[in-house]
Ligand binder design. Sequence first.
Ligand code: ZN
Length: 883
Amino acid sequence: MREGQNHVIYRADYQAPAYWIETVELCFDLDPVKTRVLNRMKVRRNPEVAAQPLRLDGEELNLARVLVNGQGTSFKLDGNQLVLENLPEGHEPFELEIFTTCAPAKNTKLMGLYTSNDSFFTQCEAEGFRRITYFLDRPDVMASYTVTLRADKKKYPVLLSNGNLVDQGELEDGRHFAKWVDPHRKPSYLFALVAGQLVAREQRITARNGREHLLQIFVRPGDLDKTEHAMNSLMASIAWDEARFGLPLDLERFMIVATSDFNMGAMENKGLNIFNTKLLLASQATATDMDFLNIESVVGHEYFHNWTGNRITCRDWFQLSLKEGLTVFRDQEFSMDLAGSPSARAVKRIEDVRVLRTAQFPEDAGPMAHPVRPDQYLEINNFYTVTIYEKGAEVVRMMQTLVGREGFAAGMKLYFERHDGQAVTCDDFAQAIADANPGSQLAALLPQFKRWYSQAGTPRVKASGHWDAATGSYTLTLAQSCAPTPGQPDKDPFVIPVALGLVGADGQETASRLHVLTQASETLSFTGLAAEPVPSILRGFSAPVILDIEYTDAQLLALLAHDSDPFNRWEAGQRLGLARALGFIAQEGLAPAALQLDAPYVEAMRSVLRHPQLDAAFKDLALTLPSETYIAEQLPVVDPQRVHAVREAMRLQLALALREDWEWAYEAHKDNGAYQPDPVSVGRRALAGLALTHLCVAAVHQGDTVWPGKALQRFKDASNMTDRFNALSALVISGHPLAANALQRFHAMFRHEPLVLDKWFALQAGAPDRGGNILPLVRQLVQHPDFSLRNPNRARSVITTYCNANPGGFHRADAAGYVFWSDKVIELDAMNPQVAARLARAMDRWRKLAEPLRSAAREAIARVAARPELSNDVREVVTRALA
Ligand code: ZN
């Protein structure tokens, strides 16, 4: 049944296209059941490539007619390709006209043209355009687009595509049309159309250069009151890109449209971004602080793609990180610049590193490990990964570290001078940054630096210090290594920028520098020291590596108290917590309920919580224990239930030992004024929420009802979703009986708000497991009238949350969690392979599981792999898992 390419694609096989498409005129008769697409192209042979037939990509299309220069022509269908052999000789352009139909309402994959809530949307990246018409669906073929949309006017009053609206009017039978011309050439993956009953928030702005622009955010009529934050974020993005990189908006009109059915977060279609509602709509009543921050960063991300991705695009999909790594780096910098204070910047950095270490490091150590620039893939959609995005951003960040902020801006300038309007490679980008900084270490080390693009796996840096009291000298040896990854048994040394400092016991800093580690092992010497220093290494997380270093508790306590680098200050606290968690996990026969946290650790946590200078946001991060996933990554063999039980027990101890401090923290930080999503208020709400959770956890343990009662009251009185949801989750996490009542109220209050219902589902599916209660609950949730497997946000809120974000509930000794996982992967794969493949990755780390979980997991994966009708997406994930 499934057609299409089912073989591996190799980067080394890249060949320039044999034909160019210069212009495309598309005419759509939109109908959910049968949409007619007339595609008229001007095509010419690429003189640099040997003559060969024209092979156009197409998928799930009904082909009605093919004309060349207005005449019928012979053609072949070869798998998913339309092959034209008898084309005009010579290098003059010819006109190719193709008429096809497709069925948007049946398109459950949400790739190509589909319907959602009675509107039409498209998603073309990476290879969705071929589901709309036959085309050279590859990013290095850039064409000028003219698009005419025709549809019923009542049902689809708004008709949008890329570029400028040049004509519109009435047609017969209650239909109307709109004609759009995109002034910029673009690859097909940036094409978009939208049609439906939508309303817009509009904003006119004047850029620095005096140009006027119209900004529009289109949503369903009831959602207009949730678009202000996105519009503010868009205006901030435009101003930021001009100020920081000198990159202006190159369009008269910039549109964003929200849809509630979307496979990913958002899409940077030229001039017509399409967003998952989750990453666009926000009001204080329905969205948390985290939602507000995510919206700001994703609006920025898609806007920044207008230059890094759209003006300069990728030669082929192996270069995906060229645009994604760079654009994530840009959105991270944008969020940091908006956050303002050094402390707020550090908080953002810590959050980004947390994502990298809990999601990307495991990917880099598992069966799907791949370089930032992969060498092969079966299904490109599987490579929209944390490695391409987040590790890719770290690689760009290291370049900035090596050439400095101004040098990096100069490099970006040269990149645009050289490549504007082109489809290029990661090599082209790195070369431009290096060439703009001829005296830099990046320029000197470029070929070695580029191993970050070609070698997968997370490097480890082992640091060992030696103090010689007699001479007052300290030596620090840094040794790097990188474990094998699939297809890459041996690794060469990386270029690792190591920001480091030496901190005296009194907190005085005696040295601070950037050391660029290039050899397998190097030794640094520091002289003239009065006392043994504590090394603070990898400040600001200056490279995406694992730092192995044997600190004593005393050293970590010193760093936690004094390090001038906020990242390493936080990291010291995490190391203290992690060491204890690992110690308890390893202590055979130790019942989690019996574990005891030592006084020095508890006192250190108390000092952080009570610290007069530290920001609330930092305290929230420092008092949050390392995640179960992160703890599990440090273990060779993992029993997820034990990890869960130990972490829960540690949290309970912190809740009990610091009870009065948590009370103080809650009272001192709970918001009373008007809701503001600024970093200081966000931090205060986060810390108040963390305090409330600890207070409820302690209360349940002590059989006390005061704090659960207060949490319920807070839940009822809250003026914003952050406080309301924090109170609700404090009750749910603590397992107090009042949680049931609050959950019910919450559902009743927000039953017409899909994004809030997603939170309601996710909170329950991700709740701490108590005696195996979560899987039965999840089974109930997928039967709930508000549940839908078809809607990706909803499916993820229950199923992905359970399988991926609830290790204690998922990894059951009876393997029922794995059976549930395999059932859902198979069920989802039949409708939406991308969502299914993401879920499939929940089992990536199965080899590390303790028996009998390991065997049970393998069996569940094999059960999926044995299905005859798997998509390429899921097949690639499960085959690699078993390899
Ligand atoms: Zn992106």
